[in-house]
Ligand binder design. Structure first.
Ligand code: SAM
Ligand code: ZN
Length: 266
């Protein structure tokens, strides 16, 4: 995939130890193998995105295989659609889903996340793909260079996604549904607010091909209970009493409920 300089927008020459543009801007390849293309002046905080603790918890949990049905659905869907070529995963975290998807489909993978911790872990574990620390709002990729863009439990920036996708390229969006992790929610909250959530949005510049509900149950024990909490936004909302109840939970059977929306760039 063509990667552009975040300062001047010209193409970067990817040398083994640093990437350089014709204007002389250069970006070191970190020891672990990722490249930080997030200009300091565009950061809203010193360490944007998921924290080290969130990254580690999610990694432990996903490596436990509890969400393997989501990875399988992504792979089957991409296979059915005959997708190949360049895969860009935005908000890739530690790369659990996108590395499985790219391997199964033989696609060239670029994973992008605003969290340096996340791409550091991804790059340390998975050699071969390109790992970038960058923002979804300003993707350092050439226009029309991506065959499949994925955003899994992460953000959606339709205009920017449309720009980097090839004509007729696909966008896979996975959103948590309202009844996602009800078991966890019923432990940590006294009252669960069941307001309706739109899991099948309309996106300007995209045609929705299909929406696939993904539902399955799983059981976590011991530390995986805390890991599950730490990888959800509930970790910021939990109160003292809820945290105490969760600490006393040694085994939890819960159900995942999410939606895979398949969009095509028009
Ligand atoms: C809930 S996590 C999902 C991670 C991964 N897709 C998964 O499902 O395992 C959301 C990710 O989006 C990243 N993120 C948040 N804001 C972002 C932005 N503006 N640009 C790129 N990534 C962002 C976070 O750092 C985090 O890794
Ligand atoms: Zn430049």
């Amino acid at each position: 995939m063509e990667i552009l300089c975040p300062i001047c927008g010209k193409q970067l020459d990817r040398r083994p130890d640093r990437w350089v543009c014709p204007e002389g801007h250069s970006f070191d390849v970190a020891r672990q193998g990722y490249v930080n293309l997030l200009p300091v002046d565009r950061k809203r905080s010193l360490h944007p995105g998921d924290t080290r603790q969130q990254v580690l918890s999610r990694r432990e949990f996903l490596e436990g295989g509890f969400y393997a049905p989501i990875a399988r659905t992504l792979i089957e869907t991409a296979r059915e659609l005959g997708i190949s070529g360049e895969l860009l995963d935005v908000g890739c975290g530690e790369g659990y889903y996108c590395t499985r998807l790219s391997q199964a489909l033989g696609m060239e993978l670029t994973g992008l996340d605003i969290s340096k911790e996340a791409v550091r872990w991804a790059a340390g574990k998975y050699k071969g793909p390109t790992w970038l620390c960058a923002s979804a709002a300003r993707i350092p990729a050439g226009s029309g260079s991506v065959d499949l863009l994925t955003s899994l439990f992460a953000l959606t920036q339709p205009e920017e996604y449309r720009r980097v996708l090839k004509e007729n390229g696909f966008f896979f969006q996975v959103l948590a549904a309202q009844d996602h992790l009800m078991g966890l929610k019923s432990i940590i909250y006294d009252h669960i607010d069941l307001k309706q959530k739109d899991t099948v949005p309309t996106l300007a510049g995209f045609q929705r091909v299909k929406s696939i509900p993904i539902r399955f149950s799983f059981t976590v024990e011991g530390e995986q209970v805390e890991n599950l909490l730490a990888m959800t936004p509930h970790v910021y909302r939990i109160g003292k009493a809820g945290a105490e109840r969760l600490r006393n939970t040694t085994r939890l059977t819960d159900s995942a409920s999410c939606m895979l929306n398949v969009f095509r760039r028009t």
